[in-house]
Design a protein around this ligand. Sequence first.
Ligand code: NDP
Length: 329
Amino acid sequence: MFKALVVEKDEDSGKTSAAVKDIALEDLPEGEVTVAVEYSTLNYKDGLCIGPGGGLVRKYPHVPGIDFAGTVEASEDDRYKPGDRVVLTGWRVGEAHWGGYAEKARVKADWLVPLPEGLSTKQAMAVGTAGFTAMLAVMALEDHGLAPGQGLVLVTGASGGVGSVATAILANLGYEVAGVTGRPDSADYLKSLGATEIVAREEIAETVKRPLESERWAGCVDAVGGAMLARVLGQMKYGASVAAVGLAGGAGLPATVVPFLLRGVNLLGIDSVMQPYENRLRAWKRIAKDLPMDKLEAMIQPATLADLPQLGADILKGQVRGRVVVDIA
Ligand code: NDP
């Protein structure tokens, strides 16, 4: 038997509840590789899967945790052998398939990535889906021509998981970073990650009044979506790109097409879940190289399985700063 955070649903009331329970190896879903999980983390989606489900969880009882890192314990696939250090993000693990909030996880070999040299399992989970996605966003902006020296790069939802890692990576690569935050007390934190300018959420949250404003941003990693993304589109420099990552501020996009037509602005969609293997490897290698580990350390909020029900509710309210790292082992 081993420990897991198990979410159950009361069929009559439709309410879910999460608690740490003992489960057996036979309870795990099918898969070629069994991993002894050392660390997991908390993303916005985990908040949904620990709590209301958000249409992501298919079946109860459920073990959430969309990310994990650990050591292979048993493998029926030639690519992995016991003792290999691995990381998993995405593929709907922790949503449709049982995830990383357990001492053991069983998954498809295709979903795993070998941990790159120089990253510990703990650091990999300080990165997690949020940081991995931040790296994908930076790579997409670079692939579309962003380079240091072009001006300020905006990061929205800056003190969240995606925003914190994007800020640290961009600053380390030599970009000037402006972070949008709704929490004035996050200013020092964001500056410590390398942001040179702090933009108050209210300043940029209003609905679009004019389709084009003064050109301000050379690039943008957007974790917020909604009215803020619409507004930012009209403030981008000529030919600049926005990587659309999240919807913390809403799924709507009350924008006009004018920034695309008159300024050649690009809106780049970023998906971390179904990302092909080669690009995953590329992103994890870039993380090991371009994300300063002392900055990553400063983002970590340690937690245990038992803390997750509360932290899950907190992240849905936008009250978690940086990256929660869950010590499972
Ligand atoms: P967090 O909750 O850690 O961060 C989100 C941040 O957005 C908050 O910290 C807050 O930052 C800001 N924010 C919250 N609510 C609002 C609001 N109403 N208006 C404006 N800003 C707001 O989440 P993550 O960083 O883990 O994820 C961010 C988003 O990215 C989520 O929507 C998530 O679902 C999505 N995501 C998408 C992925 C993909 O594959 N495309 C992968 C990972 C995440 P502050 O306090 O500084 O203002």
